[in-house]
Design a protein around this ligand. Structure first.
Ligand SMILES: Nc1ncnc2c1ncn2[C@@H]1O[C@H](COP(=O)(O)OP(=O)(O)OP(=O)(O)O)[C@@H](O)[C@H]1O
Ligand SMILES: CC(=O)C(=O)O
Ligand SMILES: [K+]
Ligand SMILES: [Mg+2]
Length: 599
């Protein structure tokens, strides 16, 4: 079969060239290149060996007939809501015959269901007591957790270190690539630690106290001394954005007596806000630093653990993010991305500056809904999602996505509709909080996110939902060229019905530009850096691979086709748009867009 490569090449390192100086060339593809191996067929039990070793997929398929295969894993079984009850076949993260690493869950999804069915929206799970065992972490990873979130409001560094070690071991041993996000506590007022969640009934009286270490029935400590000055008799104390509300009856020294008005469950270290005359009270704590001294210790811990993301709670202005980013540049040898959590009243007017300063943004609807009127949360969410996409910053939608699954094995229809709305807005990530940290069904909750996201994305593609106008992002000629190249590649991919866009990117910038365009097909991002690969987990539609690059871009592309074909991840004749922006050590670079058929 004949096909042609159309390549738009830019001359490397020619910063002085106007960005319009692109050269379009058409050349006949070398039909022989990389086509000496035939692709192994799905379901085949033959030992399809190439260059002396069995391919990753066939390593599993071959286990039934080859007793010397390293492991004989169970085949994953799909059950209710698409939850895998068993983990997928553990696949080595390295092939003996290749330098290509891909997430084993993604590889499985691609080879079994093809390109169209791969999920584009990413999944973040908060890890807590019900998800901290190696077994449950593996189940979550196998079900599609892309990022694990560790909330520094809870647990010791020792506890978090254990989780990080377990996840890294799973990544290594089972071929996952779960990224790690540390989420700071921030300086908001919250309840002290309690041993068990407390179920409170309307009319019950409770004492909230600033005395430390008090352990009495119906008495709960509050983290912040000035609570006692801020609160007034008649105020409403709102726990965790309305999970429970209590009216203040009396104040005496360090104690505040309250009566439960809205019953519910109080969780350990739950957040507190107060309302007076229907409005939120701007308490003293509004003056506290966004990053407290405890937060700096937690940030140092995150740096020492070489995590991928640090999420900053209760961000109000861009300054704090700029400050943290310069601290990280000075202290961390590995790039760590900063996620701004929009969850405070004061952040809302500063959203444009906050988005511009951040690497990623989280709409933390739990606390946000306690600080601004609940009915304003959906429009603020939409505004942030659109702005983030325009600015090319990944955006996470967090809290209450599947709140009912804390207790029940199936979601409410309204929850499914909320998730669908987030997916239609084309946010990058869906995040579970209590559902995966303390809920009864963490695995089922991930399964629901996965199933709903995949289905709604398909619908969006059919109905052309969620296309927005993207303004020009970069000014510098170099950046402009990359941006235009990616925009054209995404348009070409959509118009030609390409199976995938391949992007060769060292730093992940080109993958980011492509993700921003939300193309119909998945973006396979090949990078030679492990940390870039892991961070790309947060980007919509990006399927990150780690690949050792050779000097010649053409050879890289042909080798990639070959490696992917051997794993059944692409098939001969698949139409692929190939975007390349690889800078070499001698500062040379080649940027190109090619239209290719897999040989
Ligand atoms: N490491 C942990 N150890 C114990 N409990 C945890 C842990 N992480 C989370 N939880 C529990 O899960 C609940 C929800 O988790 P999460 O940390 O997402 O709270 P959140 O209120 O949404 O976040 P934030 O505190 O940042 O506003 C918490 O209230 C807490 O009870
Ligand atoms: C996630 C979080 O911090 C919130 O929703 O408040
Ligand atoms: K937090
Ligand atoms: Mg919060």
């Amino acid at each position: 079969m004949q096909s042609f490569r159309v390549s738009i090449n830019e001359i490397a390192g020619c910063e002085s060239l106007p960005s319009s100086a692109l050269f379009v060339q058409t050349s006949r593809r070398n039909l022989a290149a990389g086509s000496t191996h035939s692709a192994p067929r799905l379901g085949s039990t033959c030992r399809s060996r190439s260059a002396g070793s069995i391919t990753r997929r066939n390593a599993f398929e071959a286990t039934a007939v080859v007793p010397t295969a390293p492991e004989s894993p169970p085949k994953a079984t799909e059950v209710h809501h698409g939850v895998f009850v068993e983990s997928p076949p553990p696949l080595p993260s390295h092939d003996d015959d290749s330098d290509l690493e891909v997430d084993s869950v993604l590889a499985k999804e691609l080879s079994e269901n093809g390109f169209k069915s791969t999920r584009r929206t990413k999944i973040i799970c908060t890890i807590g007591p019900t998800s901290s065992s190696p077994e449950m972490l593996q189940i979550l990873a196998a079900n599609g957790m892309n990022v694990a979130r560790l909330n520094m409001c809870h647990g010791t560094h020792e506890w978090h270190r254990n989780i990080i070690t377990t996840i890294r071991k799973l990544n290594r041993d089972k071929g996952y690539s779960v990224a790690i996000m540390v989420d700071t506590e921030g300086s908001e007022v919250h309840l002290q630690e309690i041993d068990q969640p407390v179920k409170v009934e309307a009319g019950d009286e409770y004492t909230l106290t600033v005395r430390s270490g008090v352990r009495q029935d119906r008495t709960i400590g509050v983290s912040y001394d000035a609570f006692i000055d801020d609160v007034q008799v008649g105020d409403m104390v709102v726990v965790d954005g309305g999970m429970v509300s209590l009216e203040v009856l009396d104040k005496a020294g360090p104690d505040v007596t309250c009566r439960v008005v809205d019953p519910g469950i109080i969780l350990s270290r739950a957040n507190l806000t107060f309302r007076r005359g229907g409005g939120i009270v701007r308490a003293h704590n509004a003056m506290l630093p966004i990053i407290s001294s405890k937060d700096w210790l937690d940030i140092d811990f995150a740096i020492s653990q070489e995590v991928d993301f640090i999420a900053v709670s209760f961000v109000k202005t861009a300054d704090v993010i700029n400050n943290l980013k310069s601290y990280l540049r000075a202290r961390s040898s590995k790039p760590i991305e900063v996620v701004s959590k929009v969850e405070s009243y004061d952040s809302v007017p500063n959203i444009p500056d906050i988005v511009a300063a951040s690497d990623c943004v989280m709409v933390a609807r739990g606390d946000l809904g306690a600080q601004i009127p609940l009915e304003d949360v959906p429009s603020v969410q939409k505004e942030i999602v659109v702005r983030c996409r325009q600015m090319g910053k990944p955006v996470i939608i967090a809290s209450h996505l599947l709140q009912s699954m804390m207790e029940y094995p199936t979601p409410t229809r309204a929850e499914v509709a909320d998730i669908a709305d987030v997916v239609r807005q084309r946010a990058d990530c869906l995040m579970l909080s209590g559902e995966s940290a303390v809920g009864a069904y963490p695995d089922k909750a991930v399964g629901v996110l996965r199933a709903v996201a995949t289905r709604i994305e398909e619908w969006c593609r059919q109905e052309k939902h969620g296309n927005i106008v993207l303004p020009q992002l970069t000014q510098a000629p170099d950046g402009r060229t990359s941006e235009e190249l990616c925009a054209s590649a995404a348009t070409m991919a959509n118009n030609l019905g390409a199976r995938a866009i391949f992007v060769f990117t060292r730093r992940g910038y080109m993958a980011n530009f492509l993700s921003r365009c939300r193309p119909d097909c998945p973006i396979f991002a090949f990078t030679d850096k492990q940390d870039v690969r892991t961070r790309l987990n947060m980007r919509w539609g990006v399927m990150p691979f780690r690949l050792d690059f050779g000097q010649d871009p053409e050879t890289n592309v042909d080798r990639t086709f070959e490696l992917l074909k051997r794993r059944n991840l692409v098939k001969p004749d698949d139409l692929v748009i190939v975007v390349s922006d690889v800078r070499y050590s001698d500062k040379s670079a080649i940027r190109s867009v090619q239209i290719r058929h897999v040989p």
